[in-house]
Design a protein around this ligand. Sequence first.
Ligand code: ZN
Length: 294
Amino acid sequence: MPAVVNAMTVDVEDYFHVSAFDRVLSRDDWPAQESRVEANTERLLALLAEHRVRATCFVLGWVAERWPGLVKSIAAGGHEVASHGYWHRLVYTQTPDQFREDLRRARAVIENASGIRVRGYRAPSFSITAKSLWALDVLAEEGYDYDASIFPIRHDRYGLPSAPRHIFRVHCGTRDLVEVPGSTVRVAGVKVPMAGGGYFRLLPYAWTRWGIARLNRVERQPAVFYLHPWEIDPDQPRLAANALGRFRHYRNLHRTEGRLRRLLEEFRFAPLGEVLPTQPPSAVLERAPAAAVA
Ligand SMILES: [Zn+2]
């Protein structure tokens, strides 16, 4: 059987956009920070190109507005350009109208810079949860084809533990949305996260490798790997945060690049837009009763 092709995704944002720093840095402070997103993203793209891997890049609107050339270069590299919203605000802290406005602002600047229609969205910190399922309706209404914002686990900032583990379809009124949940493996009946971000950086590489191999070979499902450009930048300026935030953000930054090289050698990857058509939905859910997903 041919190897399953996994999805490679990158959330294109700077180190100071991360939700853990929301309390120490206001959005007004952002322009004064030393920006490293352009250099880090270019380095990450070069690394992917070395392994002939193309990705889906969920670009933050705030970044696309300031570095349109970066968005252009992502598109020129054959990567899929998608949206990470404009202000990196957690979805469940916004009203549906605020969310829609943020989505539209991000889309306008990203499409302007890339010349490509944005089809996909990932919320900051996977913040579509039981409290913000209405966001799926807004995304469908705004013409998005897929969303990658639900993590079917328990976590202090995100998670919808009862959501399906594999790609599923959601009926939102007159339009459908494909939902691409964060990757998990089932261990002793519990869904355990893997394949990206802190789970890739904080835990040994062997965990990710075992998880993706299991997903691919036993379940014949793609993993959805995700990474941020700042995760390959051990020299980024240090910001104050609580101990947990600091641990999650700074630990093993110097190890990420080497691990990523290994990962790219050991598994196959493609952008989400190419993986989704090969993947029949594992479930079809009706949005109307929130209980269907929650
Ligand atoms: Zn983010």
